[in-house]
Design a binder for this molecule. Structure first.
Ligand code: COA
Length: 349
């Protein structure tokens, strides 16, 4: 059975740099608070009208395909991870297929937030191993800047997130020991509401029941979206930061060690850990727990913030371009996020 390998990788971040200081014009926050708690100095925001989750994905995908030496017509399947799609539906997969003038191939959208890219990679890996496809485009892309609460009410979430895209082309390889060695996926829905965007949705939470009582049947459409929902900030993401932090620092090391042990390896064997860029403090905690040196971990949240599904491919792409990941290196990709879901992929570059 062939393994899959990353034959090409690309990344795109918008030109517009937004510093911590820039954020203080909209909300009560400070560069000091943000850097101390998250490590973030700045992030990128997409152009309001000209850049979307899909257009950024196209830029990253072009680079990945160039590196892999494939054309859009040769791509057999798309797996697209995002929590900030261009439309509520259809997903970004078909928009990417259209934008890149690909054949009438399958396009799958993954909704696993911060773990989205590693989940997407795992799905693509199975299709390559089974022999069903030979060229799969796996993408993570986010335009968070369009859906954040830029008032002080939303500051605990808004200061963390940034926009960007990353993409890889996955192909089969017969080279012994190379490529994706294994992937590991997990979830625990007990805490689904701790890091979530509830609306618009079909759930009937307390707030919605109140809203329902206030409307007559003629206004049933208001259950999906209403002025009150907007006024009360119910359209923005919610996060219990400390609870997320506590769970992340347990699950990150667990899923990294799971991948290593599944392959008879240990942390000291790792050449590079690419953790999802949730918070620099989380990455540092994980590094310490695993006893890794600074040169064994690549972080770039300082410059881009948390780009959710795009963070792992952006960080991997950057590490490759900086020469921090070289041919034959053992690399672990790991992510944790909303759901909760968490995942890892161990690969020999
Ligand atoms: N600027 C200034 N003050 C802020 C702020 C901001 N951007 N955001 C929150 N605060 C305030 C709070 O209002 C609170 O004030 P109070 O003590 O007067 O009530 C205080 O800072 C502490 O808030 P708390 O939420 O306890 O801070 P924290 O130390 O846990 O840090 C996070 C907050 C969000 C940075 C941190 O919890 C975190 O990073 N968690 C993980 C989040 C994550 O990784 N999310 C991505 C998912 S993959």
């Amino acid at each position: 059975m062939p393994r899959s390998r990353i034959a090409g990788i690309g990344m795109y971040v918008p030109e517009n740099v937004v510093t911590n200081q820039d954020l203080t014009q909209w909300m009560e926050t400070s560069d000091e608070w943000i850097q101390e708690r998250t490590g973030i100095r700045e992030r990128r925001y997409a152009h309001r009208t000209e850049e979307t989750t899909t257009t950024m994905a196209v830029e990253a995908a072009r680079q990945a395909m160039d590196m892999a030496g494939t054309t859009p017509q040769e791509i057999d399947f798309i797996v697209f991870a995002t929590l900030s799609p261009d439309y509520y539906f259809p997903g970004c997969g078909v928009l990417l297929q259209r934008a890149m003038k690909m054949r009438e191939i399958g396009a799958l959208d993954v909704r696993n937030q911060c773990s989205g890219f590693v989940y997407a990679l795992s799905v693509a890996d199975q299709f390559i191993r089974s022999g069903m496809y030979r060229n799969i485009l796996v993408v993570g892309s986010e335009k968070h800047s369009f859906g954040l609460d830029f008032t002080t009410r939303g500051r605990n979430v808004s200061v963390i997130f940034g926009d960007g895209a990353g993409a890889v082309v996955l192909q089969p390889t017969e080279e012994p020991g190379r490529g994706i060695l294994s992937t590991h996926l997990h979830s625990d829905g007990e805490s689904a509401e701790i890091l979530a965007m509830y609306n618009p949705g079909t759930h009937a939470n307390h707030w919605k029941e109140e809203a329902y009582a206030a409307f007559d049947e003629a206004d049933i459409g208001q259950m999906f979206f209403s002025h009150a929902m907007i006024d009360q900030g119910q359209i923005y993401p919610f996060m219990d930061g400390p609870a997320v932090f506590k769970k992340a620092v347990v699950k990150f090391p667990e899923v990294i060690l799971e991948a290593l042990h599944a392959n008879g390896l240990q942390a000291s064997d790792l050449d590079m850990l690419i953790p999802h860029q949730a918070n620099l403090r989380i990455s540092q905690f994980v590094q310490q727990r695993l006893g890794l040196r600074d040169d064994q971990v690549h972080n770039n949240i300082q410059s881009y913030g948390n780009t959710t599904a795009a963070s792992v491919p952006i960080a991997l792409c950057e590490a490759v371009r900086l020469g921090k990941v070289k041919e034959g290196n053992l690399v672990c990709l790991a992510a944790f996020g909303s759901g909760f879901t968490w995942a890892s992929a161990l690969l020999r570059w």
